[in-house]
Design a protein around this ligand. Structure first.
Ligand code: NDP
Length: 275
């Protein structure tokens, strides 16, 4: 049988690094720590080596489509695809950051929504039968959904929203922030929140597509929240350690063979959450 492989984006620190640590202990196969910066990635690999763990390394900047294409080609060539993909890479401006909101919107949506979508576009065809795909979203995305206009909420909760429609709505948010019109457009004042609403809805769309197009492959795809976790992003007041934050993403990444759910859900503390 060929060696199985798990890939985690943005895993040189924070929750991603903790996900790699846990997968090294729980996943039967090769585990790839990936980082946009090879130096930071190799340092992280060494830190896990010093714990007796042996992750592999692959450079992967999700904002650079050539990096995504090169990584996808590497995994296709070496393993014939991937068994587990965790889209963890993400960014957030600090609350105190004075960067204009329109710039924050463009930059945040670029990584958390559009680049993560690029990852999914290039990697979904590589996901093998029995594969598991986990998109690290956030409870902030759920809160943001509830603060959108009724019309937007209806679209984000509908089962017939297409990927193209969702992409159009995310772009509309970015465009409207540039004109200061996003509030009239029905959006709340949070770029991070909108990016994570978009990622959760994208997860639901792609899960429905898997069920329709690859019904026999038993691939499970979910979005999740790690909880509020002490990392460079969230600061040192958060209650969970990175290892605790990794619990739900890892639970979804190693759902046992034959499991049929959760699929296409938003999961927090290992429980499916209302959307
Ligand atoms: P950190 O800021 O600690 O880590 C983020 C990771 O993503 C870093 O490794 C960073 O790399 C990487 N990254 C950023 N942009 C890119 C890119 N373009 N390509 C590849 N990697 C990239 O954040 P957390 O660990 O806290 O967050 C991980 C995920 O969890 C995010 O998606 C976040 O939104 C989500 N989350 C976090 C919560 C929390 O409380 N911490 C709560 C809910 C969700 P680099 O070191 O090079 O910057």
């Amino acid at each position: 049988m060929s060696t199985k492989v798990a890939v985690v984006t943005g895993s040189n620190k924070g929750i991603g690094l903790a996900i790699v640590r846990a997968l090294c202990k729980q996943f039967q196969g090769d585990v790839y720590l990936t980082s946009r910066d090879a130096g930071r990635g190799q340092e992280a690999v060494q830190s896990l080596n010093s714990e007796g763990l042996k992750p592999m390394f692959q450079q992967l900047d999700i904002n650079d489509v050539n990096s995504i294409i090169a990584a996808a080609a590497f995994f296709k060539d070496k393993y014939g695809g991937v068994d587990v993909l965790v889209n963890n890479a993400g960014i957030a401006f600090k609350n105190a950051d004075t960067t204009p909101f329109a710039v924050q919107a463009e930059v945040t949506l670029k990584t958390n929504f559009f680049a993560t979508r690029d990852m999914l576009t290039h990697f979904m065809p590589l996901v093998k039968a029995g594969g598991r795909v986990v998109n690290v979203s956030s409870f902030v995305g759920s809160r943001t959904l509830n603060n959108c206009s009724a019309a937007l909420q209806e679209r984000f909760r509908s089962e017939d929203i297409t990927e193209e429609e969702l992409v159009g709505l995310m772009q509309q948010f970015v465009d409207q922030t540039k004109k200061g019109e996003h509030k009239q457009g029905g959006w709340p004042d949070t770029a991070y929140g909108v990016s994570k609403t978009g990622l959760t809805v994208l997860s639901m769309i792609l899960a429905r597509r898997l069920s329709a197009k690859r019904p026999n492959d038993q691939i499970l795809l979910n979005a999740c929240c790690p909880g509020w976790v002490r990392t460079d992003m969230a600061g040192d007041k958060a209650p969970k350690s990175p290892d605790e934050g990794a619990v739900t993403p890892v639970y979804l990444a190693v759902l046992p063979p034959g499991a049929t759910q959760p699929h296409g859900k938003f999961v927090s503390d290992k429980e499916v959450q209302p959307w």
